[in-house]
Ligand binder design. Structure first.
Ligand SMILES: [Zn+2]
Length: 578
């Protein structure tokens, strides 16, 4: 009886509130950008208010935040589905594809952030076409991945760091939250990431996963299904779309294939990442509305091809786990980008301003296929010694399953011999480590102490595991300095590694202090040039030093202390808690 009373009084209060204020209908809510007739971009505060208004007017949208920026801004996202899904397990149980629509990881690139905000309202508004899609899909919208950079209109975050190069390192809090709380929590089937770039006269330029360690079926779905579908939908609306990034009379050049970028990282965890770029040269309203059509085309494709999409992603994930458990297959550790197996026809421009001409090219090469130039065999597991703790911490940020040996264990392992170690300035990273290895591995029987780490490749994160633990790849625990203290004294570079590490720390501190992020980057790059030049002078002397024994340890080969267990082996382990 008591409960019933409460219930009735709640209804009365709610009814009174509704009568007093009147419910705001979702279709009446506008972004600040729309309010200004596309003259202004929606500010951070306006975005938050707008999202709260839509949330309050819909039962099919769950608004939340997945993280905070360095400057303390909440990073919003919203889930749309009918019935509403509130947790990943419910999305999984629904059997619907999970599609993430993101934008604005480069803070100054705001066009598709606006498209995303408008689309969020349409998804939440009963009776409109977009709202019908909620029966078929779970849609997660994350309109502004980099609010601190958006406020500043900078490419990087408040530290000047390009977060679209941080997907493997996950050093930046905002990007790390996106990876951990969206990508590795919701396990989406498709992730669309909006940028400003590409080439006029196109309204949207796109690229799918390109790294050679991507399941080929995901790459093919982009080339032969999703992208032609986008083209059709764009044409229906009077817009043009083509591949990222630019072309001339001879060829069309795609973007890069490194794992650290969103459109390649997604391939590593077997989703379909799609980069969409809004090229300059169109008025703001056209740019925003045409990008919205691209987002919508991808959602519509996902509905029409739901079964194919889900089956392909599931197969790809299962096969990675099985390959790892059987220790079968190869890991491409180096690659070159060359032409795809098919030709393309496109429009490109010559000249600038009033002299700009639009020209046509027919049956030309599309330079977008990454061909492996070096592979290494896939192991059952990697073993790291207890002293590799910093590397383990980087792996844990990716939610990789890590185990710990419960007793001293003798294992037959393979290990790489280093023939050179160099320091190079990498994008936003002043002292990255590049190792050169002997082709032949050293096979040895070694006793690993209790507390050593075991990282299996037979897990959903298998591709990320191999990419982060094979020393020759472009994004691994060695390169990103987590093993500096335990690398061998190959060509006597330890002192330089330490010096560069100090410089990197100094540059980072300077970066944090500097008001302008760009200045910090320039300073860091400047410092690095000196190191590289210094190293080039020494290069001639190096060969003789290889094989120098490590100080305080017994003399042995200069090995990289990442050990490969090549065959399935029973191990006494427990899982390392995050
Ligand atoms: Zn961008």
């Amino acid at each position: 009886m008591r409960r019933r009373k409460t219930h009735i009084s709640l209804i009365i209060v709610t009814a009174a509130l509704l009568t007093a204020c009147g419910p705001i209908l979702a279709q009446e809510i506008r972004t600040a950008c729309e309010e200004s007739d596309f003259q202004n971009y929606t500010s951070y505060e306006e975005m938050i208010k707008y999202l709260q208004q839509i949330q309050a007017s819909s039962t099919e949208m769950l608004l939340s935040t997945y993280g905070k920026t360095i400057e303390g801004r909440d990073i919003p996202y919203a889930i749309f589905s009918r019935p509403l899904v509130t947790r990943p397990i419910e999305a999984f149980a629904s059997g619907k594809p999970v599609i993430v629509l993101s934008a604005n990881v480069h803070g100054g690139e705001k066009t598709i952030r606006e498209s995303n905000l408008i689309l969020m309202r349409e998804l939440a508004t009963g009776g409109v076409r977009q709202n019908e899609w909620l029966d078929e899909l779970v849609i997660i919208a994350a309109p502004s991945l980099n609010p601190d950079g958006c406020v500043r209109s900078t490419r990087g975050n408040s530290q000047g760091v390009d977060m679209n190069r941080d997907y493997i390192k996950t050093e930046q809090p905002a990007l790390r939250s996106f990876v951990q709380n969206i990508m590795l929590t919701w396990w989406p089937h498709i992730v669309v990431d909006g940028h400003n770039g590409g080439s006029y006269p196109y309204h949207i330029c796109y690229q799918g996963p390109t790294h050679p360690d991507t399941d080929q079926r995901l790459i093919d779905l982009c080339h032969f299904d999703i992208f032609p579908y986008i083209n059709e939908r764009m044409e229906d609306n009077g817009y043009k779309s083509f591949y990222y990034t630019r072309g001339n009379a001879e060829r069309w050049m795609g973007g890069e294939a490194d794992a650290r970028m969103q459109w390649n990282y997604g391939g590593f965890i077997d989703n379909i990442p799609i980069l969409i770029e809004s090229p300059g040269g169109h008025d703001r309203k056209t740019a925003i509305l045409s990008a919205k059509v691209t987002y919508e085309a991808i959602l519509e494709w996902s509905i029409e091809n739901s079964r194919t999409l889900r089956r392909t992603i599931t197969q790809s994930r299962q096969e990675m786990i099985e390959r790892g458990q059987k220790a079968q297959g190869e890991i491409p550790v180096e690659f070159e980008i060359g032409p795809t197996d098919f030709k393309v026809s496109y429009e490109y421009t010559e000249g600038r301003g009033a002299d700009r001409k639009i020209l046509q090219a027919t049956d030309k090469d599309l330079i977008m296929k990454a061909n492996p130039t070096k592979t290494r065999p896939l192991p059952y597991a990697y073993i790291l010694e207890p002293r590799a703790k910093k590397a383990i911490e980087m792996l844990q940020r990716q939610k990789i399953l890590i185990e710990v040996l419960q007793e001293d264990t003798e294992l037959e392992v393979e290990v790489y011999q280093a023939t050179g170690i160099e320091l190079r300035a990498e994008y936003d990273h002043p002292a990255a480590v590049t190792v050169t290895l002997a082709d032949e591995t050293i096979k040895r029987t070694q006793t690993f102490p209790k507390g050593s780490y075991v990282v299996r490749t037979g897990q959903m994160m298998g591709r990320i595991v191999t990419h982060m633990l094979e020393p020759e790849t472009k994004d691994n625990v060695v390169r990103w300095n987590t093993m500096d203290a335990i690398l061998p004294r190959v060509p006597s570079t330890t002192a330089e590694v330490a010096a560069a590490g100090a410089r990197a720390a100094g540059a980072r501190a300077a970066g944090a202090r500097a008001a302008g992020a760009r200045a910090a980057g320039a300073r860091a790059a400047g410092g690095q040039r000196q190191i590289v030049e210094g190293r080039q002078q020494q290069r001639g002397q190096r060969a003789g030093r290889a094989g120098m024994p490590q100080r305080g340890r017994t003399a042995r080969e200069p090995i990289i202390p990442i050990f490969k267990l090549m065959i399935p082996t029973q191990l006494s382990t427990r899982i390392l808690e995050i």
